[in-house]
Design a protein around this ligand. Structure first.
Ligand code: ZN
Length: 401
């Protein structure tokens, strides 16, 4: 099978951080990292089942809108349903991890329902199940993940804080579920990096929406802000590669990372190259200038849920967001989205209707132009008024570098 799945292990802490920790001289840190890596590797067994999800639900009739949450306490074990501790409309738990898992799942549900009229993860009122205080063989668990069916949270430890503490982390993980039930982007290579990027984008925008950060230029664009006990974050959409001292994310195609499609290679660098589409979203949101959830996130959401299916590269995604911007908003917005993708080196120029709408005055910055020319890999995107699926350029594969 060419593409095995939609998500190998949709965990918030990237494997390269855990692999580094697994080499630590501190036995406690090492054992915890090894245990965490073992769990996320096992989650890959869910891949085949998850790849069936889209077909199973795409033609399903709509169901009544319902927000239903359920939180289990693993009590330091790996038993996901060990003890049910909070359900919909229960009084708040005295356990902060339980309360956060419940509350942040609810805010994420509210965001998707209010802004996009979505009925839970699967758009069919799926109960959002969370299990907290997860631990593997008593070693603890330095991660938060969506396993294809539910949320699992560890307690962190010496290096990471409580995994339930960041709303954007919860939003990131639940968005993996939404991608699973919509575009189903295979978790490898560029489609895997887009899968990761969609989760970062919507995770951050959920928090911006909840905190009413209306101005994209001053909004918080960090993923997992202060999740590291050093006070650092996991990733930054505004400045990929700067969130923490080991952040390896590129912000431009000239720095695209080629890694093997293996667990050790982060399935082709899905947590690395997601920095490029992440930054494109940031640039588009800032250029549009409105609260990110009002326009930029709507463009990305429609693209994710209506325009993308299965294997998708960056150019295809760029083309579709530009097309959605024009179809659902206006030409001026489409020009801004086009410019964002030009500035991260995914496309070099716009042709077709958008090109005639002022793109001559919005050409790439000299830096972006130089790097794009040097790499010779970015392709011209054809923006067409008709169905985006007919865009020839969008079907081309980027040559391996
Ligand atoms: Zn993820």
């Amino acid at each position: 099978m060419k593409f095995l799945s939609h998500c190998a292990f949709c965990s918030i802490v990237p494997p390269y951080m855990l692999q580094k920790l697994a080499e630590s001289n501190d036995p406690q840190i090492r054992d915890r990292a090894i245990a965490t890596l073992a769990v996320i590797s096992r989650a890959r067994t869910l891949r085949a089942a998850m790849s069936q999800t889209i077909n199973a639900t795409s033609a399903a009739p709509s169901v009544p809108v319902a927000k239903v949450r359920r939180v289990f306490d693993c009590e330091g074990t790996s038993d996901l349903s060990r003890k049910i501790v909070m359900q919909e409309n229960d009084p708040p738990s005295g356990d902060i991890a339980v309360r956060e898992a419940y509350d942040y799942a609810g805010i994420t549900w509210d965001f998707y329902n209010t802004v996009f009229d979505r009925n839970s993860i699967d758009n069919r009122a799926l109960t959002i199940v969370s299990s907290v205080h997860y631990s593997e063989n008593g070693q603890g668990f330095d991660n938060a993940l969506w396993n294809g069916q539910q949320m699992i949270y560890g307690d962190g430890g010496e290096l990471f804080g409580r995994m339930t503490q960041c709303l954007d982390v919860v939003g990131h993980e639940l968005t993996h579920g939404i991608t699973q039930y919509s575009a189903g982007l295979p978790y490898q290579g560029q489609s895997g990096a887009l899968n990761e990027s969609m989760s970062d984008v919507f995770g951050v925008v959920v928090r911006q929406w909840h905190e009413q950060q209306n101005d994209p230029t001053t909004a918080n664009w960090l993923v997992g802000d202060k999740l590291l006990l050093t006070g650092a974050a996991l990733r930054s959409l505004k400045a990929p590669g700067t969130a923490n001292p080991d952040d390896p994310q590129p912000a431009h195609m000239k720095d695209y990372v080629n890694l093997p499609n293996t667990a050790a290679g982060d399935y082709g660098g899905v947590h690395y190259n997601s920095g490029i589409p992440n930054h494109a979203f940031y640039l588009a949101a800032v250029a549009i200038g409105k609260p990110a959830w009002e326009t930029a996130a709507k463009i990305w959401y429609i693209t994710l849920t209506q325009r993308l299916r299965g294997d998708t590269d960056f150019i295809k995604c760029a083309n579709e967001t530009i097309s959605v911007a024009r179809d659902f908003f206006d030409d001026s917005t489409a020009v801004k989205v086009t410019q964002a993708w030009i500035d991260v080196g995914v496309i070099t120029q716009a042709i077709g209707p958008v090109a005639s709408l002022g793109m001559a005055a919005a050409m790439p910055s000299p830096a972006a132009q130089t790097s794009a020319t040097a790499t010779q890999t970015a392709q011209t995107v054809a923006v067409v008024k008709e169905k985006p699926a007919k865009t020839a350029a969008s079907k081309k594969k980027r040559p391996k570098r």
